[in-house]
Each structure stands twice: as C-alpha cells, then as structure tokens.
Design a protein around this ligand. Structure first.
Ligand code: PEP
Ligand code: MG
Length: 746
C-alpha cells in the first residue's frame, strides 16, 4: 500500500493543474481498490454544494453537472461528520441522493472519506462497487491515508484560485485578480512588482518559464557554462595528485559532456524555442537521466546520477549568473518559497517594498529583519504559485496577511489611499521623539532599539532611542565566506558604540543555529531548535568566541558603553564559563596596553530552564533580558517559524504571562535590572502588562519605537497593575486580549 500511495502522490506532483491532478487520483484509486467507479466531490462554499469534480467510471459529462446540496446525500454526511462511511448498500440508505446522468448504472457498495485540511473539509472521495457488500477495512484505511496526504495540495489550489476556477468549469486558471492568504508578519501596505527567488541549485524546483529575450538568455547561459567548465577543470587539477586515474576520468567525462556538441548544445536548442535557460537545463538533464535510469546495468544507472550532479552544478552557476544580472525594480516585492536574510540584503537600498514567502511566521528572523526595515511582509502563504508571479504587480497587505495579484483598479486605488493614511499616521508620532516613555502617573520605562540583522542605526538615532537593547551581532558574520577577523568585527562594533555613546549598547554574542545559518559553518541537525544554538556553539568554539569578545572590548575603548549579553542560556555554568573567557580576553587586552573598562554582563532568558533559574542567573550578571521570541516557542512548544502552528504562537498565553511575571519578580529580588527584547515588547496589547510587571526597559525595532512610546504615555501604571492582576486569573489568550483591548484601547 505504501508503494502505491507513494506512486500516486508522485504522479499527483507532476500533474499540470488541479483538474488533471484529480483525474489522476480517481483513476489510480479505482484501480487500486478495484472499484466500479471513483469520484471526487469538491465543496463549493459559495453555493453550498458538493460538486463532482473528477470521476473514473461515470460519464465524464457528469463532471460539474452533479452538484449535491449541502445536507443531502451520503457525501454531506461524510463531510459534516468528518469521518468515512463504508456501507454495503448505498441505494437503500435513507439519505442516498440520486442525481445522475441518464443511463448511468447505480452501484450498491459505497465507501467515502473526507478530504480535510486544518479542520476544513475541502471535499470527499467516494468509491462504489456493483456488489452489495462493504469495502475491505484495508481499502478504507488506504482512502483515509490518501485523503490526508492530498488535502494539503488541494488546499494550496484553493489559495491560488485554481480550486474555485475548477468549480466554475475552468480547467486552468490564469493567475490574476486572485487573493493569497498568509500570516500578517509586518504591518503596512506595499504595492510593487514581484521578483521571484528560487531555491538554490535544486533542479526539481525549477519551474516552466518562458522568456522574451532569447539572445540575452543565451548570453547568460554561455557565461554560466564557461564558469562551470572552469570550476570542474580547476577541481580536476587540484585533485590530480590525490585521485587515481579512474576517478579523475569522471571529471574529463563531465567536461566533455559540457562540450558544444553535447549537453550544452541541446540546452541552447531548447532555449531557442523560447524557454528559460533554467527550464531548458532541467528538461535536458531529466531526459538524459531517465535514459540511464531504465538501464539494467547498475554501472550505467549510476551514470544517471552523474548527469544529475553535473546538472545541479551547472544550475548553481546559472543561478549565480542570473543573481548578479538581476535587476530589482523600484518597488520590489520579493517572493519565494523561502526568503532568507541574505536575499533581502541583495536588494539595493530603497528598492525593497514588500516580502511574500511560503514559509516562515511572525517571529522568523526574516520577519524580524523586515520589521526592522519597515517592509510589509506576509509569510506562511500556502500554495504560493511562485512560478506564475514573477514580474506581476502585487499588493501586499501586511495588516491582514493578504496578497492581491493583478488587482482591479478600484482595489488598487483603495490601497493607495490606505498607504498614504498610514504614512501620515507615522509622521504624526514624530512629536514624541524627545518626550520620555512615561505613563500618565509618572512611571518611567527605558525605551531602546533592537539593531541587526542590518545596522539601521540612523533611524534609531533620529528617533532618539535611549540606547541599544539588543544588537544581533550575527550581522557581522553574514554575507561572507568565512568568519570575520577581529579587526573586521571591531570596525563594525566601534561604529555602533560610537554612534550611541554615551547611551548603553547591549551586544549579544554570536547566536547562530536554529533558523540562523552561516553558509561557511554548516550545522546539520534533526531538531535544530533543541540543538546546538547560541552560547552552546560559542562555548564549544572558544576561538570564535574570544575573537568576538576581543573585538567588542577593543571597540569600546574610551567609550565605556559596552554591555555583553549571552543568548540561549540554559545553565548557570554557561555564564560562569563565558565570564571566565571574557575576563581572560579583558586581561590580555589590558596587558597589551588598552585602556578599557570591564563591560556590564547580561544573560537572555529564552528557555524554560532559565525561567526557573532566574534568581541564580541574575546573581551572576549585571542584567537580564527576556528573549520572548524564543521563550514563547519553547514554553508553548510552538516552532516560531512554522506556519502550521502560527495560530498557537500566542504571546498573551497565560503560561507566558505567568512566566514573565515570575522572571521580573525573581530578578528584582536579586536586585538586578531587567529588559525584554523580543517582538512582544512592541505588541500594543502586551505593553501595559509588561509595564505593570516592572520591566525596566522595553527594546523594540526602531519602526515601532514611537508607537510603543505613545502607548506608554497613554496609560496609568496603577490601572495597568489592576489589569495585570485580572489577566493572571484568566484562562486563554483570547480572553486576555479582549480584556486589554477594552481596558486600554477602546
Ligand atoms: C528572542 O528570542 O526573543 C530574541 C530577541 O532573539 P532572536 O529573535 O534573535 O532569537
Ligand atoms: Mg532568541
């Protein structure tokens, strides 16, 4: 069964559109189960009907003709009860619904299963047999498994508009005037042109793409081909001494395959038919690979793998060539299944207008970066039809998590108006710039900024931030092909410390792992969130840690506003070890004649283990800072990057609020200072509660700084304390959110 299931899913993957996909499924299921016919009904929400959308066994004219009203027929029972039905005689069932074409034979045995995606029923698959008997339990289990696997793909078709198009009788749909839904990650409206980023060097991910300028495409291809030949030749020369002649021959074979009258030429011919170089490469490589794969001889089969690996290499060269030749339009909307911080960094200053990505969620690092840049972002968009979006005009609504493709003129006008209203609103907050973050009854809170993953210190200084509450030092390590030297780091840190002096700057030591990867320091783990992250990595690599600490200390000479903070602390011993290394670097630098002061030391509270050790940790440092992005993910067991569970990532979850309250009380009991630097610090519903708990500092990205200040200046601390006492007795984030909204923002 597993092999059959895999085969069907594989065929489904290569179906050109939803119509053919469903047809593939019904044909395969009918054969596997040996049924009289197999049908798929999709649910039309608007008309509240189950529409026959694919059949194998019935007259094909019944497709789109048979429309069973909701509440009628066995199909409705399956959908509404959300469970399969397996009965020996459908015809005698009181709820049998018999709208069929004339002349169609009705069968007795009936088995149907719902297609459900995230609690939403999308449709039903049903098989029938002539005999009056139930289907085997195994068939039933098979159908349920298949439905569960198919649901995601069908849901994607729903997001992209193909599902509705099919219900309206169109087998293919051009992507225009459609709405995509995702997670609203960065507020704001962007209107611009899509630039699609494809995954690097993955032949399977290359879409069908046609081109207009064949000559330009050929030129790019020739350049990529030359680079690829050079790379292989250099590799061969380098390995010539160490590899036996037989292995070396493989490189010669690669080189000759790339020769003009071999693969290279076939790709050229394909490009001349008007398809992109990447699509041409994929087609040629796949054809050759299949040719070898069907051979009986194991040696020859292996050659198929060689062709593929050569294709991947050539694709990488091609992508690199196209990346450097890529022109970003004035209002670029980056679109991709996965967008990385590096992709953002590629866009020239001032051109990035919006971000849309299939993966990611509110607190993914790409969302944090987009927020720092004030670029509206919708992430976790299911069924993003990326291949069809390139160069299209898009509207990104980061407030509601919607994306409009080729929208109507009226909708566009509406969004232009909304965009200019938002800009006005921001400008209206500027008068708060020099006023303190103080409640109506005189309670002061320090407001600082988070900096990195790009250094946007200009806007933070203009907003008169009271310092840097979190500098994500990863910025110094990104976009390179090796670790930065001590001097390279010193220059970056010095700029930041100088810009803010005498205001304090909290520099976090390198926090890689999880969803932050360095290309030159690969970490392969099954479960990265629970793996080698943050301080764990740097304590295992004191040579990397010490270089960073030395660079920070040297950068602080004469300024004395440096604070150093450790990420992902889960044991007291990590702080002890890190402090020993800092003391060592400090003493060395003093001996080298530098006039520096010992920095203030802090630890982040980001994991439950640290929560319950707050007091012991606080005793070892000068200050603590809550990294709520990670703390929420670990407390609630909800991956901060996973769109599937995004609705469960709740910063107002009672468990989160109780933990934060406890952390503040324990820190105060140890007589230390405490800040919060996760995204929660700029959540308007959380701000009154954080103030009431007693956080000394909120650190937010600069785009939200004045908004947070405005919230603080509009509340009374005694009222916030009453609200805190009330919410700590409540059971759900929803109840808490409604209460805060009503108390402070209505
Ligand atoms: C956090 O986890 O809240 C935090 C500030 O660190 P990062 O988002 O960089 O993991
Ligand atoms: Mg963190």
């Amino acid at each position: 069964m597993l092999t059959t299931l895999r085969r069907i899913l594989h065929e489904v993957d290569s179906a050109p559109d939803l119509f053919h996909l469903l047809q593939t499924v019904v044909k395969s299921v009918r054969t596997v189960i040996n049924a009289g016919y197999c049908n798929i009904f999709l649910y039309d929400e608007e008309q509240q009907k189950y529409v026959l959308s694919a059949t194998d066994g019935l007259d094909e004219r019944a497709i789109n003709y048979i429309r069973i009203p909701s509440g009628k027929g066995l199909v409705s029972i399956i959908a509404e009860r959300a469970e399969p039905i397996n009965i020996e005689d459908a015809l005698s069932h009181p709820q049998f619904y018999s709208e069929v074409l004339q002349g169609e034979v009705l069968y007795h045995g009936f088995l149907g299963a719902p297609i459900i995606h995230r609690k939403q029923t999308l449709g039903v698959i049903a098989v029938q047999q002539r005999e009056k008997s139930r289907f085997d339990a195994e068939d039933e289990a098979f159908l349920v498994t298949l439905c569960a696997q198919l649901a995601g793909t069908i849901a994607q078709a729903k997001t992209s508009g193909h599902f509705t198009a099919l219900l309206r009788g169109q087998t293919t749909k051009k992507v225009e005037n459609i709405t995509l839904k995702g997670i609203p990650c960065v507020n704001g409206i962007a209107i611009g042109q899509a630039t699609v980023i494809y995954p690097q060097a993955d032949l399977d991910a290359v879409p069908d793409q046609s081109i207009e300028d064949i000559d330009q495409e050929l030129t790019i291809f020739e350049q990529a081909l030359t680079t690829c030949r050079k790379e292989i030749y250099n590799l061969r020369q380098r390995l010539a001494q160490s590899l036996p002649a037989k292995e070396l021959a493989l490189f010669d074979a690669y080189l000759s395959m790339l020769e003009d009258n071999s693969l290279g030429n076939e790709i050229r011919v394909a490009i001349k038919t008007g398809i992109s170089a990447q699509s041409a490469l994929r087609d040629v490589i796949t054809t050759h690979e299949q040719y070898f794969e069907v051979m009986d001889d194991a040696y020859l089969q292996e050659r198929g793998a060689d062709i593929r690996s050569l294709g991947q290499r050539l694709l990488a060269c091609l992508q690199e060539q196209q990346r450097t030749a890529r022109i970003y339009p004035a209002n670029t909307i980056l679109v991709g299944e996965e967008i990385s911080a590096a992709d953002l960094a590629e866009v020239p200053d001032g051109r990035l207008a919006g971000i849309i990505s299939g993966r990611g969620s509110i607190n993914s690092h790409v969302a944090i970066l987009a927020r720092a840049l004030s670029v509206p972002a919708v992430l976790g968009v299911e069924g993003l039809p990326i291949a069809e979006l390139d160069k299209q005009e898009l509207i990104v609504d980061g407030n509601l998590g919607q994306v409009f493709v080729a929208a109507s003129t009226e909708l566009r006008q509406e969004y232009l108006t909304q965009q200019s209203q938002e800009q006005q609103l921001k400008a209206n907050l500027l008068h708060l710039r020099d006023l303190p973050a103080e409640t109506l009854d005189g309670h002061r809170i320090s407001l600082r900024v988070n900096i990195g993953l790009t250094i946007n210190r200009g806007s933070s200084l203009r907003l008169n931030a009271e310092g840097v509450g979190l500098f994500r030092s990863e910025v110094a390590f990104l976009g390179r092909d090796r670790f930065p030297t001590e001097e390279e780091q010193r220059v970056i840190y010095r700029q930041l410390l100088t810009a803010f002096a005498p205001r304090p700057v909290i520099m976090r030591t390198l926090d890689i792992g999880g969803d932050k990867a360095l290309t030159y320091f690969g970490i392969e783990e099954d479960n990265p969130a629970l793996g080698w992250r943050g301080i764990r990595v740097t304590l295992d690599h004191p040579e990397v840690f010490l270089v960073q600490i030395r660079a920070m200390l040297r950068a602080s000479e004469g300024l004395n506003n440096l604070h150093i903070m450790f990420p992902m602390v889960s044991m007291c011993s990590e702080i002890d070890e890190a402090k020993i290394l800092i003391t060592r670097a400090f003493n060395e630098l003093r001996e080298e004649g530098l006039d520096i002061q010992f920095p203030a030391i802090g630890a982040m509270i980001e994991v439950p283990a640290a929560v319950y050790q707050t007091r012991q940790l606080a005793k070892r440092v000068d200050f603590l800072s809550v990294g709520s992005n990670d703390l929420i993910q670990y407390l609630l067991a909800v991956d901060r990057n996973n769109a599937y569970v995004a609705h469960m990532y709740q910063s107002l979850h009672p468990a989160v609020l109780h933990a934060l309250n406890y952390i503040v009380q324990e820190t105060k009991a140890a007589g230390k200072w405490i800040s919060i630097c996760g995204e929660m610090a700029s959540d308007q519903l959380a701000v009154p509660l954080l103030a009431a708990m007693g956080f000394d500092c909120l650190s937010t990205h600069s785009a939200n700084l004045l908004q947070v200040k405005s919230h603080i200046r509009n509340i009374r601390i005694d009222q916030a304390k009453e609200a805190l006492a009330a919410v700590l007795t409540m059971d759900s984030a929803k109840e808490i959110a409604d209460y805060i909204q009503q108390q402070f923002y209505m």
